[in-house]
Design a protein around this ligand. Sequence first.
Ligand code: PMP
Length: 400
Amino acid sequence: VWSAVPSGPPDPILGVTEAFKADKDPRKINLGVGAYRDGNGKPYVLSSVKKSEERILTSHPEKEYLPITGLGSFTQNAAKLAYGEDSAPLKAGAVAVTQSISGTGALRIGGAFLARHYPNAKSIYLPTPSWGNHTPIFRDSGLEVRQYRYFDKETVGLDFAGMVADLKAAPENAIVLLHACAHNPTGIDPTVEQWKELSDLIQEKKLFPFFDMAYQGFASGSTSRDAFALRHFVSQGHQVALAQSFAKNMGLYGERCGAFSLTTADAEEKARVDSQLKIVIRPMYSNPPMHGALIANGILSDPALYSEWEGEVKGMADRIISMREKLYTTLNDLNTPGEWGHIKSQIGMFSFTGLTKPQTQALAEKAHVYMTADGRISMAGLNGNNIDYFSESVSKAVKG
Ligand code: PMP
């Protein structure tokens, strides 16, 4: 039956892990996947998460179904975390929110809802480059995927002029996907002033902003600072779509815990939107998993656990920043050709190193160092034990 099915290409990010696993060299390093590692290179379960989970085990033994849109207390708290306690649409009861299968599921629900209900929705504009899964998610949701310029190879910085020109040229009603903070894969975010300009432009051009917030807290160490762009747009009267993930900031990767929301005009409109979100979700997976949402909600609803969690998010962000500084200093100490300032200035979990495809191949083959072919590294995979070896290997690869 399946003789005509062609084999598909391996996933560009998860394929890196396969190659890493097959390598037997003890010096090997995996900087491909964006999962946080502690100072010893080990997966990290947050202490606030452990405590929340312990409480669930003693207090919530039921395994009943959740409603289609998930655990209501969790979605309300997730929305508060993103939009802020004082958000006008939240206070007006005008935010339609549903639990989702982490950030990916939130994007997919959003894509499907917009394809079905957003008037004249035909296309969604993604930054070039963007997270590799954005294109298939939105294409499979039934939207036409287009691009706007984002990364400037020359400066290894933001191509703000190119971004503005492409958004100006986009047709009215086009959807614009914006990484709320810690842009993946480049680690380059617009400045506060640039976000303000983008908000004005998107309003003027009647475009629809869709925020992907997969790293709230991870960029600056502060969840509210990282929500600046989203909150600014909402304060300026934009109606927005938002995908949230608790994979990174709570380390809940495999629990698949996230939320999708839309700000609406008022409570009556919200109720109609809610009813259609359910109609989108029900045939996809009926209702979401409970465990991750209970863990996240336990943290978001308890002031003591919440402040412990905030400290842990900051701890992760700070460790990454210290690795950036160390990598920058070591590459310079080794007289590595090129300008490496971007390693320090980039934001969040990833760094777009500027290493070429042949250099990344040489690093894998000769030094057992694995990263995606575009030269993106997960800074969280570096630690005190491997950073010198990594810096020396990069330096050698650049010198050729
Ligand atoms: N958006 C971006 C930009 C991401 O980097 C990721 C994770 N790599 C996601 C969304 C979704 O991740 P998850 O489904 O694990 O929450």
